[in-house]
Design a protein around this ligand. Structure first.
Ligand code: SIN
Length: 304
């Protein structure tokens, strides 16, 4: 078996609760948590540099499952950044609070004094950037007694579930993504990277640069409309897509423990952090990996 690919995979029957576990290499095991998105990864220590085999296995698992979950990863800031750098250059968030002396570490914090928490609405991270982040890696250090889960949704599944007619309309559209609507009243203008809110235009359907699959790239957090449509049409379509993207069958739900890590691919997923634990504390750190400019290529199979 070629390490890190899904060719000739062996299936481990050790777990009999639902989905099979795929052995990616001798040590690394990947257990899907839903049919379309999310997998738990066992047998990898993220505090040390990845071997070439481990990197290939994780990269392959991320392409297949879109979000990877790890347990018991007590990462220092340097180790967290080191893991992120295996997948690309690190991104500095335009607005969010950062760890002292570590601008690449986004601090995710909620307690009894805050008015909002990061990621409460469905979104793909910083889709208002011209080159939005490819991936994000969040470690949660302090979890509330109950709650504080994060939902993840596959935007491949959301796109593929639409009728051919709706797909044909969407591939013609350009979506406008604005930082202002998401960041105003949250992080505050004074934290902004360039003193201004980022905004960008992206195809409403995005081709994943690695898998070649098409995904919906419209989200509640940042997308404000479609360039080619009248405002009333644009508002109605956005409203439908927000509801559609949040359908439970496209989702998985991750229950955090201390030092759990989630690594998601922003190009084909959205996520939503659930704030159901007020006034308790939830605290974590996110490293974000830079990405490239979204584009759309018709898939050869659909002809769309
Ligand atoms: C985020 O959007 O990065 C926050 C996710 C979370 O806190 O679960």
């Amino acid at each position: 078996m070629k390490a890190g690919t899904l060719d000739n995979v062996e299936v481990d029957t050790l777990w009999n609760s639902g989905k099979a576990t795929v052995l990616m290499s001798e040590q690394i095991q990947v257990k899907p948590v839903s049919p379309v998105v999310g997998a738990e990864v066992f047998g990898v220590d993220l505090t040390v540099p990845l071997t070439a085999e481990a990197f290939e296995a994780l990269q392959s698992a991320l392409m297949t499952h879109l979000v990877l979950f790890f347990r018991d990863q007590d990462l220092s800031f340097e180790q967290h950044k080191q893991f992120g750098r295996f997948f690309g250059k690190l991104h500095v968030h335009p607005a969010a609070p950062k760890a002292a002396d570590h601008p690449e570490i986004f601090v995710v914090h909620a307690d009894e004094t805050v008015q909002f928490v990061a990621g409460e609405t469905w979104h793909s991270d910083v889709s208002c950037d011209v080159e939005p982040p490819m991936g994000s890696i969040l470690r949660v250090e302090k979890v509330p007694t109950t709650g504080g889960d994060t939902l993840f949704a596959s935007m491949y599944a959301a796109y593929e579930a639409l009728s051919d007619a709706m797909q044909r309309l969407l591939v013609e559209l350009t979506a406008v993504h604005e930082g202002r609507q998401y960041y105003v009243g949250r992080y505050g203008g004074d934290h902004l990277r360039d003193g201004d809110y980022p905004s960008a235009e992206h195809p409403a359907v995005r081709t994943h640069p690695v898998t070649g699959r098409n995904a919906l790239y419209v989200n509640e957090g940042f997308t404000t409309g479609f360039k080619e449509l009248k405002k009333t049409e644009s508002d109605a379509l956005l409203s439908f897509l927000r509801q559609h993207c949040a359908s439970p069958e496209f989702q998985c739900r991750f229950r955090w423990q201390r030092n759990s890590v989630a690594f998601w691919d922003n190009r084909c997923t959205q996520h939503q952090a659930i704030w159901d634990y007020f006034p308790e504390v939830r605290h974590g750190y996110r490293v974000t990996v830079q990405g490239d400019q979204p584009y759309y290529r018709p898939s050869p199979a659909s002809g769309a």
